[in-house]
Write a protein that binds this ligand. Structure first.
Ligand code: NCC
Length: 277
């Protein structure tokens, strides 16, 4: 199989990956008492944006001392992940949060105090759970990895005004398939990391997307997160997630310079609306 160019990869993503969120009319939700009240009636992509310029801020330790905060905040929309804070780290990561993408583990673990912490109260929330590869929504609903639907209901009742979406597992696996089809060897059958899911999500909302420290800069470090004293190289290179393959793909699609990666940890990707395929 011939290796696709960056442009071809981008067009494949645009054509084959649908950024879908759950709506109250998806089966099995119409028949469940809570779902029509609490699930959105529309897709995230029809409620939000379009934006001109967007930032995706990875949680990598290499953001520390980056001084990228000002630049990040100039974007029209900023996406952050899981429990990554801005407070106390503004100089390096900025202070604007438009979307926060969280995995179901964060929603369920006691440490994160998801239901009560103010960390999650700004911007639009988007959650996801690693669904089995070939399951339909009903099968997954009854066997989620973490109790995403219980926590979703509780959060929505406590914070009814905050927009909150759940990614359709089909999106996870369509994206996984793009990674696999463009790699020579078989990759682990686990969904892509929040980092890649969030990047593609923003490509569907923005004309241009800048991703920070997903491809590590010269500040590359075994420090896992910019906000925690915890060291593990697996945070940058992956264990459960096919993170190294994700990064390889993003490197191929980058339209910015290698200098920008090295100096600023910055990748530039076109939004789907700005691509001619
Ligand atoms: O660490 P995590 O990821 O929250 O980071 C968000 C995204 O930033 C990119 N990243 C992070 C650190 C680093 N050194 N390099 C990076 O490139 C990755 O793209 C990552 O996805 C996740 O993907 O949801 C993940 O979540 C954590 C954890 O659940 C949450 O942080 C809550 O504590 C997972 N860690 C563990 O389960 C121990 C991580 O594997 C994936």
């Amino acid at each position: 199989r011939p290796k696709l160019s960056g442009r071809e990869l981008l067009c494949q993503l645009k054509e084959k990956v649908e950024v879908t969120t759950l709506t109250s009319d998806h089966q099995p939700f119409p028949a469940l008492a809570w779902a029509p009240l609490l699930l959105p009636s529309q897709q995230l992509t029809s409620d939000l944006g379009p934006y001109k310029s967007c930032a995706v801020v990875s949680s990598a330790g290499s953001l520390r001392n980056s001084g990228l905060g000002k630049e990040i905040d100039t974007h029209d929309a900023v996406l952050r992940f899981n429990a990554a804070p801005t407070s106390g780290f503004e100089n390096d990561v900025g202070s604007k949060t438009t979307v926060r993408l969280i995995n179901s583990q964060v929603m369920a673990s006691d440490d994160h105090r998801f239901l009560s912490s103010s960390l999650y109260s700004s911007g639009v929330l988007v959650a996801w759970d690693p669904a089995p590869f070939s399951s339909n929504l009903s099968q997954w609903y009854n066997h989620t990895d973490y109790p995403i639907f219980n926590q979703y209901q509780r959060y929505r009742r406590l914070h009814p005004q905050q927009p909150f979406y759940i990614l359709h597992p089909r999106f996870e696996w369509q994206l996984w398939q793009r990674i696999q089809d463009n790699m020579a060897e078989p990759i682990q059958k686990n969904p892509p990391s929040s980092g890649l899911l969030g990047t593609i999500l923003m490509m569907s909302l923005c004309e241009v997307v800048h991703v920070y420290e997903f491809l590590p800069s010269r500040r590359k470090t075994p420090l896992c997160h910019y906000y925690q004293r915890f060291y593990d190289a697996a945070c940058t290179f992956g264990a459960y997630h096919p993170l190294l393959y994700e990064k390889n793909l993003v490197k191929r699609m980058n339209q910015g310079s290698n200098r920008d990666i090295y100096n600023h940890g910055r990748v530039t990707l076109p939004g789907f609306s700005a691509m001619n395929c």
